[in-house]
Design a protein around this ligand. Structure first.
Ligand code: WTA
Length: 637
């Protein structure tokens, strides 16, 4: 398989980009022509950003799994689709060819059907990084069920909120997950969530850790038993459900500026075309190469660049169950040498954390198979970029700095390996079909170069968000109401003299902690649930490894308590309500918060103090009680 739409040179990028803007419909319809559709579309694009209402490939019929699996069987049937490296290097790895994966997806799709799942049902998937996670995702897509994967680091309460929001009656999980030297009791977390979710009808449990679990009669079944039933029924086949291009493919919850995570909805046709196109072009993937993305499938990066992008391209995708620092900080480099990985895609936070271990763990490895490197999830600082380039890429591998979001479905701004230049800290140029603009606070477009503004996209692309599940108005107000006729990203950006974009970070109340999106309001809500807390305010501050750390200012209702114990209690509360990923790094107890006369917290001041900038707090004359600021400055951690 080769890719007729893989861009080969800078000149070609320039001309393809021109065409994609001049005639977006012609451009995307040419690309889409390379996929397998049961029926072609009647119309390439229908859109308005007011409602918003965006439809790509209207009238087309397809199933994404036929594009990810069936269509490869002829040429690539015996080629590896998924290589799986377990948490422990002692355990044997697994390899699934396209034929194996096809069979396993059909089997599990039949299991889902046997358990009552039908087209349009929401299925929540809460699993560790085992091949069965990818199998479960694809099995849902096979029968037209809508998957909603929840990252293993979320708590029972977060799961319950998501199950309720999606009204998901089916769950696929594991007894437990291995992560480094830890064992996460996934099924037990699900059981806690289900105390509040009586509407859940079936829980399918895969055996992984052999952690003891309580299987509830009539509700809980073992994955392995269900597969055996399907095998004895003797019907391995599961024809793919015919889906409309705009039918929902999945829901993925993500944080915004409000306290409640929103269910970002992606649809079948556009998402498929976009993840495939961006995968092939950004990474310059060559047939036969091994692609290793270190993300978890619980995040959008895993959806788009472990599962759908690579598999739709007939690529070999490597899935890793463990963590980068266990059993030691050379684990990624071991894996790269072991499987001769060609393309390695990871997060700046992982690079920074591994830098901290020095060059020892790197020098024991060859890393000669590497051809392309990539980063995602947060801005990469120059020092980390240089280290990655020199010590991992041996100064010969391009690094693609890929900017995108859960809502964008795939990479929107990035250099393309061996095609367009990469420079540290710049995501650089938009992909074909992507039309970024910078706007000022009033909504005026900032033209020209060497300018900074709020990053918006003014024209639809196939992989974009269609709605927020169950609440379309929320989608409109969040993304399409700030600026008329624009998709607002929530990020700020600088554009240099060559028209390259450098993402400067979120301009809203969303934090980016180790590449994970966390809303400050969410963390505040969780802290405020603690009985001893009156009020709290959460801001981000620069953190050497995580990018951003979580800084919480907390007012207690009784000052005469053991403060250290209270910090632990509050941390435990956040862990229970959201999950360990949202634990505050610093908690400062204060008597008051800086508020305006109308009662609004002046976060600007809190942010400055957390960042260590105590001198220049700006105008505090609007404050109700200017004295609280001195107290906050004095008590800074
Ligand atoms: C940030 C992750 C700078 C950005 C795919 C965005 C980045 C948020 C980059 C989305 C990058 C992502 N450079 N910042 N290359 N990539 N971001 O939804 O603030 O988990 O809005 O999607 O991460 O995070 P999300």
């Amino acid at each position: 398989m080769s890719y007729p739409y893989q861009i080969q040179s800078r000149e070609e990028y320039d001309s393809v980009y021109q065409k994609s803007v001049a005639d977006p419909e012609g451009f995307w319809s040419d690309i889409a022509g390379h996929f397998y559709w049961r029926k072609r579309w009647d119309k390439v694009l229908d859109w308005n950003f007011t409602e918003p209402d965006v439809k790509w490939f209207s009238g087309a019929k397809l199933n994404i799994t036929e594009n990810c699996l069936d269509r490869h069987l002829g040429l690539l049937g015996n080629k590896p689709a998924i290589i799986w490296e377990p948490n422990s290097p002692e355990e044997h790895h697994r390899m699934l060819t396209y034929r194996d994966l096809h069979l396993k997806v059909m089997q599990f799709a039949n299991v889902l059907k046997n358990n009552g799942v039908t087209k349009g049902d929401r299925v929540c998937i809460y699993m560790g990084m085992v091949p069965e996670l990818a199998i479960a995702v694809l099995a849902c897509a096979r029968i037209g069920a809508i998957h909603s994967v929840i990252f293993g680091g979320f708590s029972a309460q977060s799961i319950a909120d998501r199950l309720q929001d999606a009204n998901a009656k089916f769950i696929v999980t594991c007894d437990g997950a291995f992560r480094g030297n830890k064992e996460i009791p996934l099924k037990s977390v699900i059981d806690d969530a289900l105390v509040q979710c009586k509407f859940v009808e079936k829980v399918i449990v895969l055996t992984r850790t052999r952690t003891p679990v309580s299987m509830i009669k009539g509700r809980d079944v073992w994955w392995e038993d269900e597969i055996k039933k399907v095998e004895t029924q003797g019907n391995a086949d599961c024809p793919a459900e015919e889906m409309d291009a705009e039918d929902m493919l999945f829901i993925l919850y993500t944080s915004g500026s409000t306290g409640k995570p929103k269910g970002v909805v992606h649809t079948c046709g556009g998402y498929m075309v976009y993840t495939n196109y961006s995968f092939i072009n950004v990474f310059n993937y060559q047939p036969g190469e091994i692609f290793f993305c270190t993300a978890d499938i619980g995040w959008i990066t895993g959806h788009s660049y472990i599962v759908y992008g690579p598999l739709s391209a007939g690529a070999t995708t490597l899935m890793f169950e463990g963590v980068p620092t266990w059993p030691d900080a050379g684990r990624f480099w071991d894996i790269i040498d072991k499987y001769k990985v060609n393309i390695f895609y990871t997060a700046p936070t992982a690079i920074r954390s591994l830098m901290g271990y020095g060059l020892g763990p790197v020098q024991q490895h060859k890393l000669t198979s590497l051809r392309v490197l990539g980063t995602v999830g947060e801005p990469i600082n120059e020092e980390a970029w240089n280290w990655f380039h020199e010590h991992i890429g041996k100064s010969k591998c391009p690094i693609v700095d890929t900017w995108w979001q859960t809502e964008t479905g795939g990479i929107l701004i990035s250099n393309m390996a061996n095609v367009t230049p990469g420079i540290p800290t710049y995501a650089t140029y938009p992909l074909p079909g992507v039309q970024p603009v910078l706007l000022d606070e009033q909504g005026g477009e900032i033209t020209g170069n060497n300018v900074t503004g709020n990053l918006c996209i003014k024209f639809p692309w196939p992989g974009m968000i269609r709605t927020t599940y169950g609440d379309h108005e929320r989608c409109r107000t969040n993304y399409f109401a700030t600026y008329e006729n624009q998709y607002f990203t929530g990020d700020g950006s600088f554009r240099n003299e060559e028209g390259m974009y450098r993402i400067t970070g979120r301009v809203d109340d969303v934090l980016n902690v180790s590449g994970h999106r966390i809303g400050t309001a969410e963390v505040e809500n969780a802290i405020n649930m603690h009985a001893g807390v009156v009020e709290s305010a959460v801001v981000g501050y620069p953190h050497e490894i995580k990018g951003q750390g979580i800084y919480a200012y907390v007012i207690l209702n009784n000052d005469q308590v053991d403060k250290e114990l209270f910090k632990k209690d509050i941390t435990a509360t956040v862990s229970r309500i959201i999950g360990p990923i949202a634990k505050p790094d610093k908690i400062q107890f204060v008597k008051g918060l800086p508020k305006t006369r109308s009662g609004k917290i002046m976060r600007r001041i809190l942010r400055k103090v957390a960042e260590g900038e105590m001198e220049n707090l700006g105008d505090t004359s609007a404050l109700l009680e200017p004295a609280v600021v001195q107290e906050i400055v004095k008590g800074k951690l």
